[in-house]
Write a protein that binds this ligand. Sequence first.
Ligand SMILES: C[S@@+](CC[C@H](N)C(=O)[O-])C[C@H]1O[C@@H](n2cnc3c(N)ncnc32)[C@H](O)[C@@H]1O
Length: 340
Amino acid sequence: METDYPHKLAKKESKGVKMYDWWQIPIVAPSGKERIGYPTQKPEALLQRIIECASNEGDTVLDPFVGGGTTVAVAERLRRGWIGIDQSVMAIKVTEMRLKKPQRDLLDSPFIVQLHKYDYDTLRYQDAFEFETWIVQQFGGVPNSKQRGDFGIDGKTKDGVPIQVKRSDNIGRNVIDNLKSASERFDKTLFEANKAAGKSIGIIIAFSFGKGAIQEVARLKNHDGVIIELVTVENVVPIAKKPKLILTCNDLGLNAKKLREIEFIAVGESESGIEFYAWDFNHEVENGFKADVMIDKTGKQTHAFKAGSYKVAVKVVDNEGIESVEVITLTALTSDEIKK
Ligand SMILES: C[S@@+](CC[C@H](N)C(=O)[O-])C[C@H]1O[C@@H](n2cnc3c(N)ncnc32)[C@H](O)[C@@H]1O
């Protein structure tokens, strides 16, 4: 087994000397690069040893007490599938941020975060295929594994009834008519059987439905004996409001290293209460939020900047795991530049 444990005993291991204590791995240093601030954080080398002992590439690793996400971050790096569970919102959100931050050798494979509640924006701007798959599963159905084809059907109920997902609001009449013909072509026998039994021949899940769609569903039922079920996303998963967030900053002047120190103050507000804040001091919108500080309970930070322009982003997470992000742009000047 090839490993790179930092402990000197481990070096002898490759020469055939047994370790005195198999688990002898140093703790994560308080100011070490690996430290993310989660109180019970374990060293990656420890989890690497356990995962390599107990699984092969492609296997799935489960940590039902995922905490700061060390197990799943290491499992990802070692090309394992993984599932992480935790009762704590902070654990789930910190693990998510950790996996989204670029790390050495960390693959960028997609993953899904499952919470108790969701906000509209997060769902609406998710990748379309990911959203369709996820919402069909939340509804108790089986998602279509193909991204295209199958007459635009995104999944089926356990009884085979076609489900179509629309990631938009105010769905119109044409969507209803299209589903009726798609359902008929998808499985004619099932369509006829459901129609004869007075059961739904198809289900549409969307953020909301327009008057035209509702009237068309009624018309099809009354005139053709065809039942189409309209389901809003909110009927499937609970939706919560995003927390309010205000970000302000104060210039504290130059520090001893001639870097400009800025104090940031974030104030979040949510009915469920604020869990924590996280900070990205060199935010690049196209790369998303990459946390420099992952766990801040106070909402106050001081950061020193070299001369230049920066976007600073703060994220607030409430007690239900719903988050908001605020970004400010600032230009840091050194004293020399001010003289010029
Ligand atoms: C010691 S930490 C986890 C450390 C993590 N496995 C690692 O390797 O770094 C324990 C975690 O278990 C979570 N926990 C405790 N009781 C739980 C429960 N009944 N269900 C889910 N998570 C729970 C806590 O919130 C905490 O994050």
